[in-house]
Design a protein around this ligand. Structure first.
Ligand code: NDP
Length: 285
């Protein structure tokens, strides 16, 4: 008696350039295996000039979806069939999902962050300070606003980028946003509930880098979050712990956006613990 054999795996992946150091595969594939899914997540270097061909290729080969990272998060939009609400607001896509044969662009970066925050506190009615105004800050700012934050201060080095994000938040969401130019040590104002580093300060190999922030203004019980996944224990994370803050590290956000991506692609709720352990193993090595 012969049993039915299947050698065709379902495909997902990540398009970026450079992409070799992106650790997403190392957390997604263990989750697939843990849940008995014969799926693959491929890390694929795609040159900007080839992005259209790559998306057509993914369509033709039946990919269930794929992540987009630098430099494709905005450029991919013209090759897709539609956008989810927050991706439309942000004008950036980091997760493409095949739905009824159509490729729909979503943005899970900010959603992953909000999931991490919800594990600690309810975002409704919070006052927030976000350092940075790049892709991660846009995603986090928009999702926090959609999740019910009432006041948001965007602190950024370049005025133009900072003001652009503040305009987007004030025009497209209900949050009251304002801009502070980042010069010298920033004092967190009284009454702030959540502080987020959404800059690349502290990312490997700049391990000694520190935010220009007066750590005396970090107070017990405040939530302090850092987007830096590598290393997860940044100086900000260490300083905030010393001040008695509740801390969210960059792995939390990375894992949670991966959880949402897997749910979009496969329909299952993956176990975040398996994913976090797989990533911690990678960074320990
Ligand atoms: P961008 O290049 O779009 O933005 C970088 C931001 O950092 C800008 O606001 C920039 O300010 C600021 N910045 C960088 N260096 C300095 C500095 N020395 N002093 C002051 N400000 C500085 O990058 P992204 O937003 O895409 O990514 C930011 C970080 O978020 C990365 O480290 C990335 O790894 C991380 N990330 C983590 C995710 C996760 O799941 N954990 C998901 C997505 C991103 P300016 O405008 O003045 O240049």
């Amino acid at each position: 008696m012969s049993k039915e054999l299947n050698f065709k795996q379902e495909l997902t992946g990540c398009f970026g350039k450079p992409v070799a150091e992106n650790p997403t595969q190392a957390m997604i594939e263990p989750a697939y295996r843990h849940h008995g899914l014969d799926w693959r997540y491929l890390t694929i270097e795609v040159d900007p000039a080839d992005l259209g061909d790559a998306v057509r290729g993914a369509r033709a080969m039946g990919f269930k979806g794929f992540n987009c990272t630098i430099p494709h998060k905005v450029a991919v939009i013209e090759h897709l069939d539609g956008l989810g609400e927050s991706a439309e607001l942000m004008g950036a896509v980091n997760c493409v999902v095949r739905r009824d044969g159509k490729l729909i662009g979503e943005n899970t970066d900010g959603k992953g962050f909000v999931e991490s925050l919800c594990e600690i506190t309810d975002p409704i009615g919070t006052r927030v300070v976000v350092f940075g105004a790049g892709g991660a800050a846009r995603a986090i700012g928009v999702e926090l606003a959609l999740a019910g934050a009432i006041e948001m201060t965007i602190v950024n080095r370049s005025t133009e980028r900072g003001r652009e994000l503040v305009d987007l938040l004030n025009h497209k969401t209900q949050v009251r946003a304002h801009f502070e130019e980042w010069s010298g040590e920033f004092d967190i104002p009284e009454g702030v509930d959540v502080v987020v580093n959404a800059t690349s300060i502290g990312l490997f190999p700049d391990l000694d880098a520190r935010l220009a922030l007066n750590t005396d203004t970090l107070v017990e019980g405040m939530v302090v979050a850092d987007v830096i996944p590598n290393p997860p224990r940044t100086n900000l994370v260490k300083d905030a712990e010393k001040c008695g803050c509740k801390v969210i590290d960059g792995l939390g956000m990375l894992v949670n956006q991966g959880v949402i991506g897997i749910k979009y692609w496969t329909g299952i709720d993956p176990d975040p613990k398996v994913m976090r352990e797989a990533l911690e193993e990678v960074f320990r090595g």
